[in-house]
Design a protein around this ligand. Sequence first.
Ligand SMILES: *Cc1c(COP(=O)(O)O)cnc(C)c1O
Length: 416
Amino acid sequence: MGTKETEGSNIPFARPFIGKEEEEAVLRVLRSGWLTTGKEALAFEKEFEDFLSESSPGTLRCLAVNSATSGLHLALEACGVGPGDTVLVPSLTFTSTAEVARYLGAEVVFVDLAPGSFLMDPAALEKTLDRLSRGLPAYGGLKPDGRGDFGPTGKPRAVIPVHYGGLPCDMKAIMEIARRYDVKVIEDAAHAFPSRLKDGSFAGTLADAGVFSFYATKTITTGEGGMVATRDRAIADRVAVMRSHGIDRAVWNRYTDRKASWYYEVVEPGFKYNLPDLLAALGRVQLKRAWRLLEERRQIAARYNDAFAGDNRFILPPTGDENAWHLYPLRLNLANFDLSRDTMIERLQDRGIGVSVHFIPLHIMPYYRKRHNLLPEDFPESLRRFKGIISLPIWPGMEQDQIEKVIAGVKQEYRT
Ligand SMILES: *Cc1c(COP(=O)(O)O)cnc(C)c1O
């Protein structure tokens, strides 16, 4: 995903923080004789539950999976999403957020970002839900006109807000709207571990389900992996069954009590989405480091903010609730300089500074553009964000002189 691994004095865009404890944890599993899902995965789930329940103990259940993409797929499946349904997602996100709806035969409907924001616009969400629930095609009145009403129709079944970069969406507004239209809400919390609202509650625990990612570049990592968090028993039970081939463990457990450990029942054609112990062991160590890793990212973000504040060539990332700082998306005031964003990226990479862009909006990707006859200008906020952003390196272990080199590089290249 645009990560440029570099050597020597080069600064990679992202780098996992892996210490001795991670090495030892993986060795322990390697030597244990049990590599796939077992005790470690179970312990990881329990510890993740405890972490997220700190401020609201009780009913949260966490289910480990082999990626956030798998987790989003399972969560939508558990919500009953299928053919004839629509799933609403922001257009500025990674392709995972949308593709899972297509796995299930549902159509993807895009919602623009709030003005000046990286987060889904509740007002735009409401407008789109209103159209869909009246049987109208998703899009109408978009600029430029001439297409009339167009885009997918279908019962709106779920909305997937994305906590972009680690900053939580306005979940209160989104939940209120979704409940009114009887639509399920799945938080894409791939960037948001750990992100908290002002009341202390964690992003990813505020909707019907939340899904975290442990992909190699994310805030904590197992290489590949993910976690589904939910307070809804029916969703939790369904995800538990569907992530392991549709094998009903409750039945299996009943029979193991009677020592028939070979017995199981297949109740659905499920998926193979379990997280192996080898990776769960890594996750357990990373989880223990989560607050310290966040503090490091926070300090880097603060230094960047400090360096770019008050300079009218730059727009700082929005503030609000407690950000997990998976990304530091610096916005460029394109009117105030003569270098294109793309040239800027090339120059920074020439200097050995790994940068990236999050994201190329999905509505301009060939698949969705062609499928629903979309134009780039249809989602102007997403398009504007995309054209003017650069994601700067922000990873625990970054040295002070590396941070300063990034700042100097950006300021130097970005001349008017
Ligand atoms: C990384 C990412 C995902 C997918 O995570 P995986 O664990 O790689 O499947 C989903 N949504 C967003 C916004 C992401 O950035």
